[in-house]
Design a protein around this ligand. Sequence first.
Ligand code: FCX
Length: 439
Amino acid sequence: TKSLKQTLGEVIPAKQAQLKKLKAEHASKPVQQTTVEQVIGGMRGIRSILWDASVLDPNEGIRFHGLSIPECQDVLPPAPGGKEILPESMLWFLMTGQVPTADQTRELSRELAERGELPKYIEQLIDSLPPTLHPMTQLGMGVAALNHESAFQKAYESGVKKTEYWAYAYEDALTLIARLPSLSARIYRNIYRDRSSTPAVDKNLDLVGNYANMLGFGDNKDLTEYLRLYIAIHGDHEGGNASAHTSHLVGSTLSDPYLSYAAALYALAGPLHGLANQEVLRWQLAMQDEIGAENITHDTIREFLWRTLKSGQVVPGYGHGVLRKSDPRFIALQQFCDTRPDLLASPTIQLVKKTFEVAPDVLTEHGKTKNPWPNVDAASGCVLYHYGLREFKYYTVIFGVSRALGCLTQIVWARALGLPIERPKSLSLNDIEKIATSA
Ligand code: FCX
């Protein structure tokens, strides 16, 4: 069977030709008109990034190469004996636009396991950090330092031709994806498990099988399946979100994939983006504490929501820059719970469900957010919490293990397509005023 790299090598020429034709025949065609509101409003809705693997529709949510999450769940191979999408299948699909066979997925799992051990100096670096340093800070540091091994950087220094960049970016992408579980598990054990030693990578396990095992949850098959689903569907969310856009921008300077992804992780670590993952649980538990578990009703939740809003804070896990309906990733994670009685009986999961039953109305009445519906972060943490992975400051690290799939896929493609350094134009306040008043 063909490897991922061979398959990718076969699909690249057609895309290169498509891009060349577009440039030759349509370079000066307008895509849209940009308004003042967009320039001063976080560039919302400005169409300005080439990103092939996924597109986000405001109402339908994410599609990966045209397939919705349920469609991906139907066709992308799971682990042997499992049901949920394997992140390896998703990676293959994102990279090539083709659905891998079960054998190809297994082979990719083996290849990742082969590359998965951390170099000694990374272990020493992570072990030297204080356990009070936020896990996301540690993750970014580890990822950046892994660039000691960057094939792309070495190839660039040795003067490799531009047309070959993608192959070296690919090597870095695979090695980084392979090492994220061992790096992330080491951070977890150092901070939350008294620096107990992390098991070695098991060459017979898939990426998440290994991750769960290294975290110390290898015996929990349900949690392992949940992590597979979580990591597969958080993998990519088109190019404009802060982490994806950051890796794209940094990568465009020909900074190597490790440094580009480290930068993306620090965008993910912001509370309006990936950190909402940890914030949701923190906020839901504060709600439970304040109201008292026995007094949780729609009315008491509604009052707590209003207290959050009136104190000027955002309701974490709700709202979105693009989405205008419930996030299909939220729905997929909820469906995972719906088939498991232990999860349905969990007080934390019930609290999240009950919150969802009142929050959209409260946010609509509050009248600020353009989208009162839940995003993926509203649901992702409570299942981890139920299964005993309770250290919610760690949750965004799991998001970080996942988002590498999409960000690194795009870095490989950006090099394959020879995309230039990003350099949009900025304007001063006076410039904007001049343009607006003369229009
Ligand atoms: N609670 C309270 N107010 C909210 C809100 C929420 N959940 N969502 C948006 N608003 C407010 C905004 O703060 C803004 O107020 P302002 O006019 O005083 O500045 C107003 O509503 C309009 O914002 P809107 O255009 O709807 O949303 P943006 O595109 O600016 O921001 C995010 C989108 C996601 C940042 C925003 O909805 C938010 O802060 N949500 C809570 C944090 C969160 O869950 N983030 C995770 C998002 C995502 F899924 C991910 O990246 O992981």
